[in-house]
Design a protein around this ligand. Structure first.
Ligand SMILES: Cc1cc2nc3c(=O)[nH]c(=O)nc-3n(C[C@H](O)[C@H](O)[C@H](O)COP(=O)(O)OP(=O)(O)OC[C@H]3O[C@@H](n4cnc5c(N)ncnc54)[C@H](O)[C@@H]3O)c2cc1C
Length: 457
């Protein structure tokens, strides 16, 4: 056997490639495995993640998929003494509407058979109310399901930092944060300990079907690697790697931004769940500002109504001060090989928008603290915002990607499902609907086309 022969080559060492390699080793004992990447592991999209997780999805397949992933994260948290810093304060989804029947219908759709036990509607405020906000961040202590708070007094008692016009809060309890970087680092250590190689280089050509001959451009030469199976886990470059096999994948890359800074004013309570304002808004500009923005085609859209999804959460230790804010309002696809389309005005926009729900954040509009961090990355996504995990057309080639804004939380189940496909193991019942073969299934595609909500946050 040539030293450069492997059973599986995983192209890409982000959260997804690492998770695929980890489960190939953990479940199937594959040790002749190589991860190929020209960059440091976890340094592209995976380094930009907000590191939040939730099992709130408008479709039961995505709920099952993330529930499975959260279970696997819990397994790793238990085995490692919570090295991955798993917390569970939940997601607080907020609207000014008093009767958001569409959102509640989505909950019933998403939780499906578990709705009866997992959806708790709280209409009053008194001793009979069973709702208990999270007292600690410990993931083991949190209940499952969702508490729907419809009573304004209860909302104000529980979330005093929110504006007083909030009508309903959906507190999703099976949700919180993890350290995606620690998860990746832990998986990498396990992969190395099992004999997996990390090859520093870019896959520039793929010849044949199983076994494949990969050409890998390293910093000073092109080397070759023979692999029985390959996994395309190239994140924003999923399409480029597919092209090396004359295949196309239906994905695009949409740039999304975030800011993080030290909350010197103490505007955001340290025990706040990850809070999302679901209501769209037209930002509150003066007429002069509005005229200037409207003149420039690049900023004109900022004067129009923008859909909701503004999010904010405390970051790091309870005793710390950092907070993170984001708003995935960009819908325009771009080319990830070009310069990142980071917009200088984003911090101002997200702060203005977030201060509608949390008025104390207004102190920072135009006064972002020194040391603030403005960053972004690509949501690599399909039209329906479902991932692609499974066989490609080329026999022996598999894809694990298009994880949009949920790849940190879904890395573990993506890795396990992809490992099952690669090794011909038993698949979870929903595996086929997450694979590229779903495009040949008119029933599932009609179901997805009819969905009002794609779960993009
Ligand atoms: C702003 C932002 C916030 C987010 N917040 C969250 C969140 O709160 N929760 C959550 O769950 N998810 C979140 N996500 C999503 C999550 O970060 C991604 O889904 C996940 O990181 C994707 O991982 P990946 O491994 O597919 O891609 P990447 O991390 O991009 O890794 C792909 C790797 O492939 C390598 N590669 C590409 N082409 C080749 C080639 N030809 N040869 C070899 N290697 C190659 C690249 O160098 C790269 O290292 C967020 C994303 C963004 C952008």
């Amino acid at each position: 056997m040539n030293r450069n022969d492997v059973q599986v080559a995983v192209i890409g060492a982000g959260s997804i490639g690492l998770a695929v390699a980890y489960y190939l080793i953990r479940k199937y004992g594959v040790s002749r495995i190589a991860l190929v990447d020209p960059r440091d592991p976890m340094s592209l999209t995976s380094a930009q993640s907000g590191e939040n997780y939730r099992n709130w999805w408008p479709h039961p397949v995505m709920t099952a998929f993330t529930n499975d992933s959260i279970r696997l994260l819990e397994e790793i948290a238990r085995e490692t003494g919570n090295r991955i810093n798993m917390t569970r304060r939940g997601y607080a989804l907020v609207t000014r509407r008093n009767d958001p029947s569409d959102l509640i219908a989505d909950l019933y759709q998403g939780y499906a058979d578990e709705s009866e036990t997992h959806i708790r509607i709280h209409k009053g405020n008194g001793p009979h109310v069973t709702y208990k906000p999270a007292v600690s961040a410990a993931w083991e202590d949190a209940p499952k399901g969702v508490d729907v708070l419809c009573d304004q007094t209860l909302i104000r008692q529980t979330f005093p930092a929110f504006a007083t016009d909030v009508g309903t809060v959906l507190h999703v309890r099976h949700a919180g944060s993890i350290s995606g970087q620690q998860l990746g680092q832990y998986m990498l250590e396990m992969i190395r300990a099992a004999g997996g190689q990390l090859i520093r280089g870019e896959v520039v050509a793929i010849d044949g079907a199983s076994p494949f001959d990969l050409s890998i451009r390293t910093h000073d030469q092109v080397i070759s690697l023979r692999a029985d199976r390959i996994v395309n886990a190239a994140g924003p470059y999923l399409k480029d790697v597919a092209k090396l096999m004359d295949e196309d994948l239906p994905v695009s890359c949409v740039y999304q931004q975030k800011i993080a800074f030290e909350d010197q004013e103490g505007a955001v309570p340290r025990n706040l769940p990850f809070s999302i304002d679901l209501d769209g808004q037209t930002l509150n500009w003066t007429s002069e500002e509005c005229a200037i923005l409207a003149e420039d085609p690049a900023t004109a859209r900022l004067t129009e109504f923008i859909s909701g999804g503004i999010h904010c959460r405390p970051d790091g230790a309870e005793g710390g001060k950092w907070i993170k804010l984001g708003w995935a309002f960009n819908e325009r696809a771009s080319e990830p090989r070009e310069a990142e389309p980071r917009e200088d005005y984003f911090p101002d926009i997200v702060l203005r928008a977030a201060s509608r729900l949390q008025p104390a954040l207004r102190a920072y509009v135009g006064h972002l603290p020194r040391g603030a961090h403005h960053y972004g990355g690509y949501y690599t996504m399909t039209e329906e915002n479902w991932p692609l995990i499974g066989p490609m057309r080329t026999p022996g080639a598999f894809v694990a990607g298009a994880l949009s804004g949920f790849g940190t939380m879904a890395a573990c189940s993506t890795g396990l499902i992809c490992a099952d496909w690669v090794m011909g193991g038993q698949l979870v019942p929903y595996a086929r609907t997450l694979s590229p073969s779903r495009y040949q299934d008119p029933a599932i595609m009609a179901d997805l086309a009819a969905a009002q909500n794609r779960g993009v946050l």
